[in-house]
Design a protein around this ligand. Structure first.
Ligand code: C5P
Length: 236
């Protein structure tokens, strides 16, 4: 049963439950970009994020990736294992686009083989700065070995998600993951994986099927999220 609000994020509310180690993630109908500077109510968006993320976490569970997802509860809510979130945004890039092009001057669509893993310090006041491994373990109460573990999980998840999306004619360009520490002290995948947190390009047309349509103001968010959910629905 849903109890009091524990935390209010930009895209989700997190509620306590009767169970001490279980939380409810409730997805909001809100789109934000540029650290909340652009913000809009998009009715129906929460449902898409919830259902898409649930589907992806189900797949990762089947592939033995330790994660927080327990089950979907309804269209906009899911039950997850409680973790203490490690304040890192772990970004995996297969192709150069977005901030890496702006920051470091990589040519758009440069292929990263092997995939590039970057760490950002999850801190709104500092605008989520990019950091190195040493900063990461100094800032986040993790060890060197745990940072290596997290980066290893990120690459493994990339290896699993690339073919998963390819079968629905989607190219996984880049994505962001978050990890948390559970009651046993284990580091597991947490948060969400959705078109809010991934760049997903149609394999043929390279059209964005993700939050870039909102960030760049090039189209409506709902039809492209619906398209991703429809295509995921075709996977057996
Ligand atoms: O903006 P940037 O190119 O660094 O984004 C890389 C990937 O990480 C994109 O898929 C983006 O959706 C995701 N991201 C995110 N949350 C952030 C920053 C980036 O989900 N705060």
């Amino acid at each position: 049963m849903k109890k009091e609000l524990l935390y209010q994020g930009k895209a989700k509310h997190v509620y306590l439950t009767n169970e001490p180690n279980e939380l409810i993630l409730s997805y909001k109908d809100q789109a934000t970009a540029f650290n909340g500077k652009k913000k809009e109510i998009v009715t129906g968006k929460g449902r898409f994020n919830n259902l898409i993320s649930a589907k992806i976490f189900d797949y990762l569970t089947k592939e033995n990736v330790p994660n927080h997802f327990i089950k979907s509860l309804n269209d906009t809510e899911q039950l997850v294992e409680q973790t203490s979130i490690i304040p890192l945004e772990v970004v995996v890039r297969n192709l150069a686009t977005g901030s890496i092009v702006k920051r470091l001057g990589f040519k758009e669509k440069t292929v990263f083989q092997p995939a590039l893993v970057e760490l950002y310090y999850k801190n709104d006041a500092l605008d989520d700065p990019i950091i190195n491994d040493q900063h990461a373990f100094l800032l986040t109460h993790t060890t060197k070995e745990e940072i290596e573990l997290i980066k290893g999980y990120a690459l493994k998840i990339n290896q699993l998600l690339r073919p998963y999306f390819e079968q629905i004619d989607v190219q996984l360009v880049d994505f962001k993951l978050e990890f948390g520490r559970n009651q046993n002290g284990e580091i597991i995948l947490a948060d969400e994986i959705s078109p809010d947190t991934c760049r997903l390009w149609d394999l043929e047309t390279e059209m964005s099927l993700d939050k870039d349509v909102f960030r760049q103001g090039t189209g409506d968010l709902l039809p492209v999220y619906q398209e991703i959910l429809n295509r995921l629905g075709e996977i057996k």
